[in-house]
Design a protein around this ligand. Structure first.
Ligand code: SAM
Length: 231
C-alpha cells in the first residue's frame, strides 16, 4: 500500500505521531529531495531508506514504483514540505496506484493553504485553490477567471513576484478587493496581513520580502455584500 505523508511547512513539531510511526515502519520512503527529508529523519531518529521522487523523474519512475507497491512493498511518499501532490509531485503516483486498485492512505497533516485561509478571516465555507499561477502563457486569462469567481481563492506565490502579483490582482479585481498575504507560516517571522490589495501593495513595497507566501483573495460575490458582513 502507499502512504502519502505530510511533513512540516516550517515548524518541525507540525508532524503527527502517526506520520512519524508510518515513516519508521514502511520499507522505503520516496522523497522529493532526499537531503531535505534526511534532515527531518535525523531530527526524529528515522532510518528508513530514502529514494528520490521528484518532478524530473516522476513520469519515468511512477509505473515502476506502482509495480513495487503492487508486489507487496509498503511505501511512503513525502515532499519537501506540506502535503505531497499539493503543488508538489505525487498526483501521478497516486493515480497509478488508484488505477491498479492499490490502497492509498493520505494522512491528514501540514499544508500551507489551510492555515492561510483560516487565519485570513476571509470566508472559508467555499473556496478555490489555484496553487502557482503560470509565469507567462495563460497567466492573464487565469487571473481574470479567478477574479470572477464568487468565492475566496488561494494562490501560492514566490516573494520575488509578490508585488507583481498584487499589481496584477489590482487590475483584475480592483484596488479595494480584500486579500491576505500569509508569509512564513509556522516559522519565527510568520506574518498574516489582511487588507485591501492597494494597502497590501503599499505595506509589502516598503520592505524586503522574504520567505514563503500564500495569497488569499476575497471572492467577487463578497465584494457586493454590505460592509458589515464582509471584512
Ligand atoms: N505541498 C505544499 C503544501 O502542502 O502546501 C506546497 C509546496 S509548494 C512547492 C511551496 C509553496 O507553498 C511556497 O512557495 C508557498 O507558496 C507555500 N508555502 C509552503 N510553506 C509555506 C509557509 N511556511 N508559509 C507560507 N507559505 C508556504
Amino acid at each position: 500500500m502507499l502512504f502519502v505523508v505530510p511533513t512540516p511547512i516550517g515548524n518541525l513539531e507540525d508532524i503527527t505521531l502517526r506520520a512519524l510511526r508510518i515513516l519508521k515502519e514502511v520499507s522505503v520512503v520516496y522523497a522529493e529531495d532526499t537531503r531535505t527529508t534526511r534532515r527531518l529523519f535525523d531530527h526524529y531518529g528515522i532510518t528508513t531508506p530514502l529514494r528520490a521522487f521528484h518532478a524530473h523523474n516522476e513520469h519515468t519512475v511512477v509505473e515502476r514504483i506502482a509495480d513495487e507497491i503492487g508486489a507487496g512493498t509498503t511505501v511512503a511518499l513525502v515532499s519537501d514540505a506540506g502535503t505531497p501532490a499539493i503543488s508538489d509531485p505525487g498526483f501521478l503516483l497516486v493515480r497509478a496506484c488508484v488505477r491498479r486498485d492499490i490502497r492509498v492512505e493520505c494522512l491528514p497533516g501540514a499544508t500551507a493553504f489551510v492555515p492561510a485561509l483560516v487565519a485570513s478571516g476571509l470566508p472559508s465555507d467555499s473556496f478555490h485553490f489555484d496553487g502557482f499561477l503560470p509565469h507567462k502563457k495563460g497567466r492573464q486569462t487565469r487571473l481574470r477567471y479567478l477574479a470572477s469567481l464568487p468565492h475566496t481563492f488561494i494562490l501560492y506565490e514566490s516573494p520575488y513576484r509578490l508585488i507583481k502579483c498584487l499589481e496584477e490582482l489590482e487590475i483584475v479585481c480592483g484596488v479595494d478587493r480584500v486579500a491576505c498575504v500569509a508569509r512564513e507560516l509556522s516559522k519565527k517571522f510568520e506574518e498574516v496581513k489582511t487588507a485591501t490589495l492597494a494597502e497590501l501593495k503599499t505595506h509589502f513595497s516598503a520592505k524586503e520580502i522574504k520567505g514563503e507566501i500564500v495569497v488569499v483573495v476575497q471572492g467577487a460575490e463578497e465584494v457586493k455584500k454590505p460592509k458589515k458582513e464582509s471584512l
